[in-house]
Design a protein around this ligand. Structure first.
Ligand code: IFM
Length: 443
């Protein structure tokens, strides 16, 4: 077997990503908490509850875990409903707690990245129509101003909106996220308002902080015509790619958000991205299907022989990651992998998923594409939205009843990678032997 190491550039960011509602616990004042209380919304009636108890202070032990295992960065989000519990009220204690968390990262020598909107909205915003209301981008901007003023001492890397495409799709097309609508027209309005909110936030952050780097975490999932009638299958593929993958990032270049016959002109969006955040999990095939009008006449699925995650949510397809990185670098900006990971309770797939996906990042880096960091989703198992606790994305497992953390074997693999700033054949042999021949074929 060849002995080799795939080395990453000096200064590469190695971390994990989390989001407030998914880890903090007791986020009672947002639309997700209310949604969880409605029967039938969350699988098995699961609740976020105490989540990973970060609001109770367990972020400390989890940051220790991250640091001790070689991570030098962490992406977390702040909760709008905590910082601004009512339209006319700011909670200084909440801001102070977030300052303490960021200071906690700083003291551990870890670079923070802060997300300002990660799916959840304050109840009072939701009650005013959420992102369908044209006022919401302005309300969001006020929250961003207040938050960045308070946190800028410890953070220069900001994500304005996490996965605007997923938020729009899940909340307004599939209806699986609050407010549970299935109304594409409303969805397009929301998409446009998220874009406007992003633009306002981008300007505010730069006005406050010269050295800020501001981006969006774009969920990126190649949709491939299944064939053999590829021309027919490319109809749903093109529509879905346009809505899901292309629309938002293109709008940040052209100032026009365009999907089918819907368009919104937001010229001030041009150039409002300092890096390109990529969230990649998997890719999908699509077949033309006349019965699926609401899915752009497409049936999406994974290849028959694909290896699937525990609940079948993700197919292990690292080659799709390379495609996405290639596409992302085409935007001419530094690229940061803001999320990548797999739900895998018993950790039988994660080690291979991890090394094979990171191998694609390394390949990309070797073309001199400007990839600056990688944030694994996630540090600890956390509340997976409408999928509740059925999906376990953590490097560490979580016993929700006892709050006990369970160290999965992937922890040691990721630690070795972060500490060495590379992937060696020895590591792969030890932790992910099933990937050895693929990554290090005999000469
Ligand atoms: O948990 C989510 C996260 O909130 C957004 N990106 C995908 C993750 C896995 O489903």
């Amino acid at each position: 077997m060849p002995q080799a190491t795939f080395t990453f550039p000096a200064g590469f960011l190695w971390g994990a990503a989390t989001s407030s509602h998914q880890v903090e616990g007791n986020n009672r004042n947002n639309d997700w908490w209310a949604w969880e209380e409605q029967p039938g919304r969350i699988i098995h009636a699961h609740r976020s509850g105490l989540a990973c108890d970060w609001w109770g202070g367990r972020w400390r032990e989890d940051f220790d875990r991250a640091r001790e295992t070689g991570q030098n960065a962490h992406r977390l989000s702040v909760e709008w409903s905590r910082i601004q519990p009512a339209p006319d009220r700011w909670d200084e204690d909440a801001l102070e707690r977030y300052r303490a968390m960021l200071r906690g990262l700083y003291e551990r020598g870890m670079t923070p990245m802060v997300t300002l909107h990660h799916f959840a909205n304050p109840l009072w915003v939701a009650e005013r129509g959420g992102w369908e209301n044209d006022e919401t981008p302005v309300l969001f901007a006020a929250f961003v101003q207040k938050t960045v003023e308070a946190l800028q001492e410890y953070c220069t890397m900001w994500i304005t909106i996490n996965e605007p495409n997923v938020y729009t799709f899940m909340s307004y097309v599939s209806g699986l996220f609050p407010p549970g609508k299935t109304d594409l027209r409303a969805g397009m309005k929301v998409y446009a308002n998220l874009l406007k909110g992003h633009v306002l936030a981008y300007r505010i952050i730069h006005n406050l902080q010269r050295e800020a780097r501001v981006g969006v975490a774009h969920a990126s999932r190649p949709i491939i015509p299944a064939g053999p009638l590829t021309w027919l299958d490319s109809i749903p593929a093109n529509i879905t790619n346009s809505f899901f993958n292309e629309a938002f990032p293109k709008a940040l270049m052209t100032g026009k958000l365009q999907v089918l016959n819907f368009s919104a002109h937001v010229p001030e969006a041009i150039g409002t991205q300092d890096f390109f955040g990529v969230n990649y999990y998997t890719q999908e095939l699509v077949k033309f299907d006349l019965t699926r009008a609401s899915d752009a006449f497409g049936r999406r699925f994974y290849p028959k022989d694909a290896e699937l995650s525990t609940t079948g949510f993700i197919a292990h397809q690292p080659e799709g990651f390379f495609k996405v990185l290639k596409w992302a670098k085409g935007f001419g900006l530094p690229v940061i992998v803001t999320e990548n990971g797999v739900e895998d309770a018993d950790d039988h797939l994660r080690p291979r998923y991890l090394v094979e996906h990171l191998h694609q990042v390394w390949r990309a880096v070797n073309f001199n594409w400007p990839i600056k960091g990688y944030f694994h989703w996630s540090l600890v198992d956390n509340f997976e939205w409408e999928r509740g606790w059925t999906q376990r994305f953590g490097l560490w497992g979580l016993d929700v009843d006892t709050q006990q953390r369970i160290r999965r074997p992937s922890v040691d693999l990721y630690a070795a990678i972060c500490k060495q700033n590379g992937i060696s054949s020895e590591m792969v042999e030890k932790y992910a032997p099933g990937s050895l021949l693929k990554l290090f074929p005999p000469a």
